[in-house]
Design a protein around this ligand. Structure first.
Ligand code: SF4
Length: 382
């Protein structure tokens, strides 16, 4: 007799209506539960259908229990352990089996530099070198890695290479070589190659600006908001502030391609007014403002700690409601983070899995090592 297995899920309740809701990790879908479904999920793990019926027999008819079990199985919240497992490998078949669009792509953070010219208090890369040797990626390593990426991306037909660091513009000559190399290899192997960059925006020369404008699909500049916030956390090595130079360089980019410039702020306990931070970013000429919380040890003075959670929750509610209202009234979405999630919920579109690290997202470190994610590049055991 086969035993019921629950999928990876989290059960919680809405604050307002106390309605039980389950979040299915693999697909990113949410389901409202009525009491019978909740009761089944609470007791079914490892039991047979007959045993579940027996357990709930005092409260429900056998027929309605069996129907509810079938419904839970249909949406993938439970299985009988005999169902085929969908591959996590990004093959064409695997992707199709997950119901994900064939327009998905292999996305790679390409660490052309493991060194940086500024110091941010919260730097996840230990100041740019990821706790190892400060280095720039060498051309032979870079070409070998690009060959591997584009070959791996053939199943999907598309890849996105995001130049990353440390500070990637410290290795600008390499970028100038790699872009045409990757484009021509992609054309030969039938892979559409897109490019992006994540830069601190301090080193931009006119030549670099033109290169980014001509070649980059997406130009991400890290900037933490207005002058006061930025100067406190993101400084040059001599301790002077970076705001003026970054703001001037961002303006040069937004004067030419505002729709492709994304300003990314890390929010710390020093300044938790997310709307104000986003407005300060937008004042530099782009609508694309992304604000995310710093993930640092809780003893850092700027760390977001437990006492800040109510403020964060309030902001999340405010943003998600604003995004939902805009979507329902047919406006073009502006919230990079919430819009895709809300659209997915409204259209009931499944995703292959919550985090794509190690499947459709990878990081290549400056020495050519491959990681599931950039934030693991300081941990050789991965
Ligand atoms: S710009 Fe990036 S790599 Fe450089 S110190 Fe700041 S967070 Fe670290």
């Amino acid at each position: 007799m086969l035993c019921i297995q629950k999928c990876d899920m989290h059960l919680f309740q809405t604050e307002e209506h106390k309605q039980p809701i389950v979040y299915q990790v693999e697909t990113g879908l949410f389901f409202k539960l009525d009491p019978l479904f909740k009761a089944i999920l609470a007791c079914c793990e490892g039991l047979s259908v007959a045993q579940v019926v027996q357990m709930l027999a005092e409260q429900y008819e056998a027929e309605e229990i069996v129907e509810a079990i079938e419904e839970l199985a249909q949406v993938g919240l439970i299985s009988d352990g005999a169902l085929p497992v969908v591959s996590n490998v990004p093959t064409t078949e695997g992707v199709a089996a997950c119901g994900v669009s064939q327009t998905d792509r292999l996305q790679v953070s390409f660490h052309v530099s493991h060194t940086c010219n500024i110091q941010c208090a919260y730097c996840f890369a230990h100041g740019g070198d990821y706790g190892g040797k400060a280095m720039l990626m060498q051309p032979d390593v870079a070409e070998q890695a690009i060959r591997w990426i584009i070959t791996e991306a053939q199943a999907l037909g598309r890849c996105q290479i995001d130049f990353f660091g440390g500070e990637p513009l410290l290795n600008f000559p390499l970028l100038c070589k790699l872009v045409p190399f990757a484009k021509s290899l992609g054309a030969r192997l039938g892979v559409q190659v897109g490019f992006g960059i994540v830069t601190n925006g301090t080193l931009l020369t006119d030549e670099m600006k033109q290169f980014l404008v001509d070649e980059r699909d997406q130009i991400n500049v890290s900037l933490d908001g207005g002058r006061k916030t930025q100067e406190r956390i993101r400084k040059f090595h001599n301790g002077s502030g970076t705001y003026d130079v970054v703001a001037k360089n961002v303006q040069k980019l937004t004067d030419e391609v505002p729709e492709r410039v994304y300003l990314q702020a890390i929010m710390t306990a020093y300044d938790m007014d997310e709307d104000q931070i986003a407005d300060e970013l937008r004042s530099l000429g782009t609508e694309n403002a992304l604000v995310g919380p710093a993930v640092v040890s809780s003893d850092a003075p700027y760390a977001i700690r437990e006492e800040h959670i109510p403020v964060l929750k309030q902001q999340i509610h405010k943003r998600s409601r604003r995004a939902l209202k805009a979507i329902l009234s047919g406006e073009e979405g502006k919230d990079e983070e919430f819009d895709p999630r809300i659209q997915k919920l409204l259209t009931r579109k499944k995703s292959c899995q919550g985090c794509r690290g190690g499947t459709q997202y990878l990081a290549v470190a400056a020495d050519g090592s491959i990681y599931f994610c950039s934030s693991l590049a300081d941990a050789p055991e991965f």
